[in-house]
Design a protein around this ligand. Structure first.
Ligand code: HEM
Length: 108
């Protein structure tokens, strides 16, 4: 899990499509966010409620967070798992889980 957090973290912060959303988040919170994100998508939606996802991303939606950004995050997540040798079928499952909170993340 630590390897996944590390790779995913670098990908997210290095991706010009989405990195600006993390600009004013301090490093500790960023790392905690990545861990919480991965725990959620690997462990299942029971760990977080839709309301949590709405609340924690509401400010970002006001700053323009949209489907293209969610697509980018899911793409980077898949690339991370691929690098770690995770099977395509499992990657697809994780992607579907991340996708299942899309409407909550985007406040709709
Ligand atoms: C695809 C589904 C997503 C999931 C499952 C997810 C998951 C999470 C989780 C678990 C947290 C921590 C909530 C907390 O403890 O308060 C969080 C916060 C955050 N997420 Fe996401 N996220 C998703 C999409 C995105 C996207 C697309 C972006 C931006 C490109 C993003 C940027 C952030 C930021 C910046 C925070 C910290 C907000 C703050 O502290 O003010 N997330 N996310």
């Amino acid at each position: 899990m630590d390897a996944a957090v590390d790779i995913f973290y670098r990908k997210v912060l290095g991706d010009a499509r989405i990195s600006s959303f993390f600009d004013d988040i301090d490093m500790e919170r960023q790392a905690a966010k990545q861990k919480a994100f991965l725990t959620m998508v690997m462990g299942g939606p029971a760990h977080y409620t839709g309301r949590d996802m709405r609340t924690s991303h509401a400010r970002l939606v006001k700053s323009g967070l949209n489907d293209s950004h969610v697509d980018a995050v899911i793409e980077l997540l898949a690339a991370t798992l691929k690098e770690l040798g995770v099977a395509d079928s499992d990657i697809a499952e994780v992607g579907a889980l991340a996708n299942s909170v899309r409407n909550d993340v985007l406040s709709r």
